[in-house]
Design a protein around this ligand. Structure first.
Ligand code: GAL
Length: 697
């Protein structure tokens, strides 16, 4: 079992990944080619839940809706392998043949996210154990331990059997390994694999003890066998151990993915292999590492919140998907037709949302729009989850909207292969996220994910399309503007890269409590942040001062800060705003430093929304990063995709408001959804609708 540490510095939109070297046939280009040049439209298809009469209706309805790609077999393990080593492929043979005859391509999944009951009984040691020591049993899904040899062997076995049988089946257009790697385990198998991983990472126990600071609280390890996963313990766990476990577990998942991918590639060369990633609050995987290993990035996306919140969330997810794939086109593998998560309930989408959300994903670089799932289940744990064909059947608003969306997606075929070009990026590093997610940080309001979203949202509100980039990725200088909202952990290399970025002419905004620990989770000494970053920022943070819940600090320009404040000493930087009262009165809250040919800003508190938005606009102006639409139109999102040679562009305009809107600043061009030519300044967006203008500059 491979436990190669596999995480590292590289990663960022534009970075060439492993997949790129596999050639165009296994990237989205190969998929689109297999779909006859069309973008993908369809969803998870689970015919095993239905009978023959329904399958016949499925064929007819899929044709009506313009479905050309379905994901098959995601949760079929118990049917495909009814007992260990005995396969029954009869039903799957028939479904693939039927789909192929109907002109529907297949994204064939390995069913390894849900081992059958016989597997649990035969291999109880392969069931996951929680941090509290509870061993889980079957009866749901995602119940397996990625470090258990029996699970890994069984997963590769079923993946191999599927690839041998269907590797060259004409229906199979791509492979879908597993489903949303997410389960974390703390069992003895995991402990053993963790120790192996740690030996590779740290080399010697002395180095591990130093890196983890085990002199504190008598934690010194005298033998590798003494090291345990971060299981339930009396009080705060060692943060460096917790961080290394996160890294280790992501590598475990990646090793599991790679094994299946290689088994498939051996029998199905030339067809893309991917897994469906969850992009929003998904902390278990280092998505930069996965982005380098998949043939293209595939994501599942379920917006949290209705209206404009859903729209911002789709942009956030899409920009992340694109960035994890090195800027290449990606694929939306799952979304809900009528599903918006909102706290303890699922809210319905408004009329028009299915189409606009699908077009929004495509605007951000997806080569199609797939859903979970084709037909709403009549039984089982997700029977109330929306689908393309709801319980009510095809005579329903949802199916009509699905059909309309299928037609719209088919009109967008010519955008396939084009790319979004972003000139601003938000720095994101899983290590920084995990490092801030340990116990014992100074404030519960230090929220990595929240800060990341907020930075992206402020750029999105300013009408600017943003990438995400890893702080140590090569080529950051192609972005005139970089925002580092929560780079809690920063290695010396990444700090030096940030300094050189500014020196070379970039504009960088760094926000509070960034660059305060190194890659081992040890504090940078002598004042925060890391020395190279201090130099670029022209400041030294002497003391952090978390604010009480609800405490509001007024700043010199009338704006306010909450959650956090810091005692910042300028060392070359100019204060832009200062704190006005309390112990920090007169000290800088926001600073600006000209360094080399660039400018570095430091923000030491959580600015109120308006001031933060204004700051982001100011930075985009200073950095020369214009909005896609000038001036931006409130409620209208604009994103451009460019042909690889830059001779054509498609301007996607999405009306996230409830009323029709004229867009006088829109250029002219051929509008793909209506098929009409639009004169400059004449575009009118329907309420909750979209337009896609072809431009040939
Ligand atoms: C996804 C998952 C699907 C289905 C869906 C419901 O995360 O991959 O199988 O559960 O959520 O929203």
């Amino acid at each position: 079992m491979s436990v190669e540490p596999n995480r590292g510095a590289a990663g960022g939109a534009g970075a060439a990944g492993t997949a790129a070297s596999q050639g165009a046939d296994v990237a989205t280009g190969g998929l689109v080619q297999r779909l006859g040049g069309r973008l993908a439209f369809g969803g998870d298809y689970n015919p095993e839940q239905w009978d023959e009469a329904v399958w016949r209706e499925d064929d007819a309805l899929m044709a009506r809706a313009g479905v050309n790609l379905v994901t098959v077999g995601v949760f079929s393990w118990a049917l495909l392998e009814p007992e260990e080593g005995r396969y029954d492929f009869g039903r799957l043979d028939a479904h693939l043949d039927r789909l192929h005859a109907a002109g529907v391509a297949v994204d064939l999944a390995t069913p390894t996210a849900s081992p059958p009951p016989w597997f649990t009984l035969a291999h109880p040691d392969a069931m996951p154990v929680t941090a509290d020591g509870v061993r889980l049993v079957h009866g749901s899904r995602d119940t397996y331990c990625l470090a258990a040899p029996a699970y890994r062997e069984a997963a590769v076995r079923i993946a191999t059997a599927l690839a041998e049988r269907y590797g060259d089946h004409p229906a199979v257009a791509m492979w879908h390994v597993h489903n949303e790697y997410a389960t974390v385990c703390y069992c003895d198998h995991a402990a053993a694999a963790f120790r192996t991983w740690l030996r590779r990472r740290h080399g010697t126990l002395d180095k591990l003890n130093d890196a983890w600071g085990t002199a504190f609280w008598s934690q010194r390890y005298a033998s590798w066998d003494e090291i345990l996963p971060p299981r339930a313990t009396q009080w705060h766990r060692n943060p460096a151990l917790t961080l290394d476990y996160r890294r280790f577990w992501s590598d475990q998942a990646l090793a599991g993915y790679r094994e299946q991918r290689e088994a498939i590639r051996a029998h199905s060369p030339g067809r893309p292999v991917v897994t469906n990633l969850m992009v929003p609050e998904y902390q278990v995987l280092d998505l930069w590492a996965f982005g380098r290993e998949v043939d293209f990035v595939g994501i599942d996306h379920y917006p949290c919140g209705p209206g404009i919140e859903a729209a911002a969330d789709i942009a956030f997810g899409g920009d992340r998907a694109r960035s994890f794939g090195g800027g290449r086109p990606w694929l939306l593998i799952e979304q809900g037709t009528n599903t918006l998560y909102s706290g303890d309930r699922v809210l319905p989408k408004e009329p028009g949302d299915v189409l606009r959300h699908s077009v929004a994903h495509i605007a951000h670089g997806s080569e199609g729009a797939l859903f979970f799932q084709w037909r709403q289940s009549k039984a089982g744990a997700e029977m109330w989850h929306s689908a393309m064909v709801p319980h009510a059947g095809p005579d329903s608003r949802i199916f009509r909207e699905v059909t309309g969306t299928g037609a719209a997606v088919s009109r967008l075929a010519e955008v396939a292969g084009s790319r979004v070009r972003a000139r601003a990026a938000v720095l994101h590093d899983s290590d920084a996220w995990w490092a801030l997610d340990v116990q014992g940080t100074p404030s519960a309001e230090l929220d990595y994910h929240g800060a990341l979203r907020r930075a992206h949202r402020a750029l999105w509100d300013a009408g600017v399309t943003a990438d995400f980039a890893h702080p140590a990725a090569p080529g950051l200088d192609r972005y005139p503007l970089l925002v580092a909202p929560a780079l809690h952990l920063l290695s010396e290399t990444a700090a030096a890269a940030a300094r050189e970025y500014v020196r070379g002419g970039g504009t960088l905004l760094v926000q509070h409590f960034s660059g305060v620990v190194d890659e081992h989770h040890q504090a940078w000494l002598g004042g925060y942040p890391a020395p190279a970053l201090r130099e670029a920022l022209g400041i030294r943070v002497e003391e952090y001062r978390p604010l009480a819940q609800g405490e509001v600090l007024r700043l010199s320009d009338g704006s306010t800060g909450t959650a956090w404040s810091e005692s910042v000493e300028p060392a070359g930087a100019t204060p832009v705003t200062t704190y006005t009262h309390g112990m920090l009165a007169g000290r800088p809250a926001l600073t600006r430093h000209s360094y080399g040919r660039g400018t570095a800003w430091y923000l030491s508190t959580r600015l109120d929304d308006t001031a933060y938005g204004d700051l982001m606009v100011r930075l985009t102006v200073e950095a020369g990063v214009p909005p896609e639409l000038t001036p931006p139109l409130p409620g209208v999102e604009a994103v451009r995709r460019w042909s690889p040679d830059g001779t054509r562009a498609w301007l996607f305009l999405l009306n996230h408001t409830d009323g029709p809107l004229p867009v006088p600043q829109a250029p002219g061009g051929h509008e793909l959804l209506t098929g009409r030519q639009v004169a400059p300044g004449e575009l009118r967006l329907p309420a909750r609708g979209a337009a896609v203008l072809r431009q040939e500059p």
